[in-house]
Design a protein around this ligand. Structure first.
Ligand SMILES: [Zn+2]
Length: 351
């Protein structure tokens, strides 16, 4: 089985939104392996894109040095949360020649056009564009504007067209291409790394739900726009959004809770359990005060092993699986204790 999870852009420390996504994908991979699947898990590192280049300029740090530092910090935070390292952690900069080939294939297939060294994907050539997110054109334009899609770019044939290859601009790193010096667009980075490392179709492709549009929508359009097996992805999996003080946790709003800070004050396994007590698809508000409170007051009741595994089978319902373990612990007998230990170990919560 193949699992591709969209990874970080290493320009800032990991926050609770990252922890929520990667802890849940860690449990998904653990559970698939427990069921006997041979899982190949890839999670990329977006080490060249608009955001990392902007921050490297602002701080006067080379983008590769910034990436190296932030990747190390991210990996430390994930180790503390017991998130197993993926089998592959491809860096976008290692796959640029492959990305160039994918862009050429999209041009050959008539899905792309070039303007002054920048290559765009033409959404008009893909009548199904929007099929993943299911949102209308107005909403797509709004999201594209919010999420770095630059609908106002005057070179575009359609405001929703997106960049496959970005022409070089002074001060930016560059690679050679048939369209001159430049760098890959964000979406082509992921679809290329997924296709090259895991083949097509990939069984699971996922990330935070803020990636559905335009990132995953555009990855899908690219990957299915070139000849090859269908579909690109068998199962899309998206984790909920983490809010803080009523707003989406985001860099631009400045309402971030960093993993490094939270685990100074609370045991990392307590944070892991706190995360798993929310369903992966649930949007929720982080309130650090709740980490110090008891997690549950389970009612007594009979529970057995089947209830625990049934909860995980039902769309990876970790909150219900943990409630089963709570009740098993309350039962106080040796059977309950054995289930509690087995379940906690599977979820990565054993001491
Ligand atoms: Zn991605």
């Amino acid at each position: 089985m193949s699992v591709y999870v969209c990874g970080i852009t290493p320009y800032d420390s990991a926050h609770l939104g990252h922890a929520f996504t990667y802890v849940h994908f860690d449990v998904l991979v653990r559970y698939l392996r427990h069921l006997g699947a041979e899982v190949v898990h890839a999670q990329n590192i977006t080490d060249v894109d608009d955001d990392i280049l902007r921050v490297s300029r602002e701080r006067g740090v080379d983008f590769q040095e910034l990436a190296r530092r932030e990747v190390a910090s991210y990996e430390r935070a994930m180790r503390a949360l017991r998130v197993a390292p993926p089998n592959h952690s491809p860096r976008a900069t290692e796959f640029v020649p492959h990305m160039v080939e994918e862009v050429e294939a999209l041009l050959d297939a008539g899905h792309a056009y070039e303007r002054t060294g920048t290559v765009y994907f033409s959404v008009a050539t893909d009548p199904g564009y929007g099929r993943l997110s299911g949102v209308g054109r107005d909403e797509m334009l709004k999201l594209a504007a919010e999420r770095g899609g630059h609908p106002e770019d005057p070179h575009k044939g359609d405001a929703l067209d997106f960049v496959l290859w970005q022409a070089w601009q002074p001060g930016e790193p560059w690679w050679e291409s048939p369209w001159g010096r430049g760098r890959p667009g964000w979406h082509i980075e992921c679809s290329t790394m997924s296709r090259r490392l895991l083949g097509q179709p990939v069984d699971v492709h996922g990330g935070g739900s803020d990636l559905i549009f335009p990132h995953h929508e555009s990855e899908l359009a690219q990957a299915e726009g070139v000849p090859g097996p269908r579909p690109f992805v068998r199962h899309w999996v998206h984790t909920g959004t983490v809010y803080m003080a009523g707003e989406k946790m985001s860099k631009s709003l400045g309402n971030l809770a960093f993993v490094d800070d939270v685990i100074q004050r609370h045991h990392p396994l307590r944070l892991r359990e706190f995360i798993l007590r929310r369903h992966y698809r649930q949007d929720w508000g982080f309130d650090e005060g709740e980490l110090a409170e008891p997690f549950s007051q389970p009612g007594r009741g009979p529970d057995d092993r089947d209830d625990f595994y049934r909860a995980l089978d039902e769309d990876l319902d970790t909150p219900e699986a943990l409630r089963v373990l709570d009740r098993a612990a309350l039962a106080g007998d040796s059977k309950g204790k054995a289930l509690w230990e087995e379940g906690r170990a599977l979820l990565g919560l054993d001491p």
